[in-house]
Design a binder for this molecule. Sequence first.
Ligand code: SF4
Length: 407
Amino acid sequence: MNKFPRSAYVHIPFCHRRCFYCDFAVIPLGNKVETLQGYGSKTVREYLHFLYKEILSIKQKGTLSTIYVGGGTPSILDPKQIKELIDLFKENYGIDYGAEITMEVDPASFNKDDLYGFINAGINRFSLGVQSFNNQILQKSGRRHLREDAEKSCLWLKGVHDSGLIKSWSLDLIQNLPLSGFKEWQNDLEKAISFSPPHMSIYDLNIEDGTVFKKLVNLGKLILPSDKEALRNSESTHLILNNSGYSRYEISNYCLPGHQSRHNRVYWSGLGWWSFGQGSTSSPWGEKLTRPRISKEYKEWVIRQCELNLDSSLINKDFVYKELDEKIMLGLRLKEGIDIYKLLKEQNWETKKFESNFSKLLKEWNRFLESGLLVRKGNRLFLSDPKGMELSNQILISMFQWWDEIN
Ligand code: SF4
């Protein structure tokens, strides 16, 4: 067994501008993005300098089997910068033959030449943030791209996938954006499927603090699909994707056979991962470490961590496991669910405590088993699809209450 994390996430925080629903750690660069004042600017070069410093600060590491370059909008970078990044991992960590190397791309932030440049740099899987194909919805959500940009990007990705230049690609949509009623959502799904993406992520819109959407909600000016419409949308997602050969392997993720995201499974299954860049969260040995979200603070943090010898602070001396409630929450997101007996056994409770906690949880969940939201096969518990997946919050809330009660 490799004792070091096999996966690395890299955060590239730059975007053209902030979308109205987004609360990520991003740095909007404005319209100069595609010029040397954008990707080649002092801001970007300085950030990459600290990012590389952080990557190099880990001294004891093993080869990587997945890398995920996310953001932000990594496709704002020049292919040469992406190559520099991948080469840094190659030379200092090693990358397994057959590793999955994903990069997030945003329509209208790259052209066909860039795409070939990213592939030559070593990227073999792309995740395209389409969100919607409807220009009105895109505009209302503060997205910069148009339907035409998204269609063009899909065709390029389909082309490089069909010709075997990349292993896979994902098309990402957001469900329940403003103006996205039942008809609009059906159109978005059908349009997406017409490009045969091997993987699709369907995220539900969340209204986060500090976003334009949150301000509009507070002012009563954001018209979102009603709860009834939202449920109808979710049900149609399941139906349309299932009928088109996609299977749901996680609450927000669907794929054709053989195209699950290996990198994301690492997060959900509780294995360790490295993470680099401002605002990103690593969990190399079970304990989570989040970097500052503000550029200046992130740079100071990198300097301090290097001085303190970051490597020794994260080396596998004391395994700190994820809390049980988090393991259950992440495990239940997956189609295969959790082996509840095994998870509880890992707590090393003495027999009486184990039996009492185990039966309290099962008692709590009995109503969900009876109503069909949760399914039990032996000791394995999983959410039914689509009912349990859509209403998973109810089950999680009761689990968190159980966890609070027994602690
Ligand atoms: S492009 Fe993505 S990361 Fe950037 S602001 Fe929009 S949603 Fe956020």
